[in-house]
Design a protein around this ligand. Structure first.
Ligand code: SF4
Length: 163
């Protein structure tokens, strides 16, 4: 189980940093997603294909930046998708609620096996599970990862697995 309290205490004075946002059709079935990659990932999955997310790279992220990006891509996306950030659930919740209040869907891609309970009401979709090379990602039926539609309380892994 991930030690949120310890991590929160450790990073109490930290803020999110992000790589440049991108629009993608891949991550959330049926949605066009505006992806925010939060750097400083603490999960350290062996074989991680995004090691650039380990250090706190990128630019400072705050509500002003979030608003600017939402406006920049207005009409081009339906869902805000965060890669990481669950290690500071109180901070992530601010952005999730801000998006939902503006009629956007929300998704979190987490490398943890569970996330803080406060995040669930603010999420429409949730991907859980660390990367395990031998098991593969969501596109493999051997995967340890799950992609959940929290509104319908259903597992959507089958939509990633075309063969
Ligand atoms: S959660 Fe994702 S970014 Fe973080 S170590 Fe695991 S695979 Fe890499």
């Amino acid at each position: 189980m991930f030690d949120y309290e310890g991590e929160i205490t450790h990073k109490m004075s930290s803020i999110f940093r992000i790589l440049d946002p991108v629009v993608s059709l891949q991550e959330v079935p049926g949605e066009i997603s505006l992806i925010f990659q939060i750097t400083g990932c603490p999960h350290r999955c062996p074989g991680c294909h995004s090691p650039e997310l380990w250090p706190s790279n990128g630019s400072r992220f705050d509500l002003e930046r979030f608003t600017m990006e939402i406006e920049r891509y207005r009409g081009l996306f339906t869902c805000v998708c965060f890669f990481g950030g669950e290690w500071l659930p109180g901070e992530l919740l601010i952005y999730l609620n801000f998006a939902r209040e503006r009629g956007l869907k929300t998704c979190l891609y987490s490398g943890a096996t569970e996330v803080h309970s406060s995040l669930y009401p603010a999420l429409n979709y949730l991907k859980l599970g660390p990367w395990v090379e031998a098991l593969g990602g969501l596109d493999k039926n051997t995967t340890n990862q799950v992609f959940l539609d929290l509104d319908k309380k259903s597992n959507l892994n089958y939509l990633f697995q075309r063969n």
